[in-house]
Design a protein around this ligand. Structure first.
Ligand SMILES: Nc1ncnc2c1ncn2[C@@H]1O[C@H](COP(=O)(O)OP(=O)(O)OP(=O)(O)O)[C@@H](O)[C@H]1O
Length: 213
């Protein structure tokens, strides 16, 4: 699905070869500052390599239309973004930018909230939510978009262990059912080992390469 060859980005990334296969969950694991977020941003063209190539489904990412690419490859950043409006507005807002033309019903959205362990009303103002609740609303928003690829940057960092387990169990079951691809940054080795099909260690990926100054 993605193939990276001879990628160089500033003095942060130097990757000879990396392949991401569709239908798998990949966890990016590495020390703080090792370039995980930077690598994630390469997959949907938010950052462009200084040298080398990234192909998505056999096309060079640089040659693809950025809007179309980001409809298929959606990133959930480290800091959850909550927009002005209700929880419903926040769950649906991503659809404006997605290929999906079918809007989920209130029943489906309420079910999603339950699966994300949120006992909230769709009409509630999203501004008053806690950090962990906002993180799950942002997670719900990308799920509603149904992209081919999810790029997730520490998506459960604000959740307690039990809530994280329930949210991740639901998420991974759903993405396996629909054969989606996930590239996820996590600081939790437990999470990485429990949920990934493949673990990518940044230290291995960047080995033999002098990338740090
Ligand atoms: N636009 C940029 N220009 C220059 N340096 C940058 C830029 N963005 C990030 N960096 C640096 O690149 C390194 C890797 O950053 P990145 O955010 O990818 O690391 P990370 O592995 O995701 O870290 P963390 O686990 O702390 O989130 C850091 O040293 C950071 O300061």
């Amino acid at each position: 699905m993605f193939v990276i060859r001879n990628l160089v980005y500033k003095n942060i990334l130097r990757i000879e070869h990396l392949e991401i296969e569709s239908g798998n969950i990949y966890c990016l694991f590495g020390t703080s500052g090792s370039g995980k977020t930077t690598l994630l941003k390469m997959f949907n063209g938010m950052l462009t390599p200084d040298e080398g190539e990234i192909h998505f489904k056999k096309s060079s990412i640089q040659e693809l239309d950025a809007v179309e690419l980001r409809q298929k490859v959606v990133m959930l950043g480290q800091d959850p973004i909550v927009f002005e409006g209700t929880i419903r507005d926040n769950l649906l807002i991503g659809l404006r930018f997605s290929e999906q033309d079918k809007e989920p019903s209130d029943n489906e959205l309420t079910d999603l909230l339950q699966k994300l362990q949120l006992s909230k009303d769709l009409d509630e103002d999203a501004a008053n939510l806690s950090g962990g609740e906002k993180q799950r609303i942002a997670f719900g928003r990308v799920l509603v978009m149904e992209p081919d690829v999810f790029l997730l940057d520490e998506p459960t960092s604000a959740l307690d262990d039990d809530t994280e387990t329930m949210v991740m169990d639901y998420f991974t079951k759903r993405i396996k059912e629909f054969n989606k691809t996930v590239i996820m940054v996590t600081h939790s080795k437990d999470t990485a080992e429990t949920y990934s099909d493949q673990l990518i260690y940044m230290s291995e990926l960047l080995k033999d390469k002098e990338v740090r100054s």
